[in-house]
Design a protein around this ligand. Structure first.
Ligand SMILES: [Zn+2]
Length: 201
C-alpha cells in the first residue's frame, strides 16, 4: 500500500532525479524536510529560484557568474595569455582551490560524445577558436578529463587550433591523474602535479 501523500511522493521523485541521490536518500531527505522548521524549505526553495534568476554564463569564458564577466575574467592580475580549456565550471573550482594557476579559463560545457549525440557543435569549440584568433595567447592548456571522451575531445580541439593558429603552444595536463578520473574530484596535490607536469601536445 502506498501510504505517501501525493505531494510527498512528488518530492521524493524530484529528489531522486538529482545526481548522486538514490531512492533511499531521496526518501530520507523528504522526511527531513517534513520534520524540519518551515524556513528550511522556504530558504532552500528561494535560493534554488535565485540561482536561475541571477546566475548567467560569463561572456568571456562561460563560467557561471553573477556579472557579465566572472571574477577571474575581470581580474586584471590574471595572465590572459595562458588559457586553460576545461569541460565544466566545476573544474575551475577545483583548479582555483589549488591556487597555483594564474591564467584564465575556457569552459567547453561538455565533451564530444558520439554515443550521447554530442558533436563538436554542441560544445564551445568555435567560441574557443574565436578567442584564440582575437587575443594574443602564448599557451593553451587542454585540461579535459583523462577518459576516452576527454582524450578524443582534446585531440579534436588541438587539430582545430592548429588550423587557425599554428604557432600557439598547446599543452595537455599530465597523466598523474588516474585514467578515467574526474578532475572535479581530484585532490589539490594531484591537480598541482598534473598542471606542473603538463607536456607539449
Ligand atoms: Zn569568465
Amino acid at each position: 500500500v502506498n501510504v505517501l501523500p501525493r505531494v510527498v511522493q512528488e518530492l521524493i521523485e524530484k529528489l531522486e532525479n538529482l545526481p548522486g541521490v538514490g531512492p533511499r536518500t531521496a526518501a530520507r531527505l523528504a522526511y527531513y524536510f517534513l520534520r524540519a522548521p518551515e524556513n528550511v524549505s522556504t530558504e532552500l526553495a528561494k535560493v534554488l529560484i535565485d540561482i536561475k534568476k541571477e546566475i548567467v554564463l560569463c561572456e568571456n569564458c562561460f563560467n557561471y557568474s553573477a556579472e557579465k564577466l566572472c571574477p577571474i575574467c575581470s581580474n586584471n592580475s590574471r595572465d590572459e595569455s595562458i588559457l586553460m580549456v576545461v569541460e565544466e565550471p566545476l573544474d575551475i573550482v577545483a583548479f582555483e582551490r589549488m591556487g597555483d594557476f594564474q591564467g584564465v579559463y575556457h569552459v567547453l560545457g561538455g565533451v564530444i560524445s558520439p554515443i550521447n549525440g554530442i558533436g563538436p557543435e554542441e560544445i564551445r569549440v568555435e567560441e574557443l577558436l574565436n578567442r584564440i584568433k582575437e587575443k594574443s595567447i602564448s599557451e593553451i592548456i587542454i585540461a579535459t578529463n583523462p577518459n576516452l571522451e576527454g582524450e578524443s575531445t582534446a585531440l579534436y580541439i588541438r587539430n582545430e587550433i592548429n588550423k587557425v593558429r599554428k604557432e600557439v603552444k598547446i599543452t595537455r595536463i599530465a597523466r598523474g591523474l588516474p585514467s578515467g578520473a574526474d578532475l572535479e574530484y581530484a585532490d589539490d596535490l594531484t591537480l598541482q602535479k598534473a598542471l606542473e607536469g603538463r607536456g607539449e601536445f
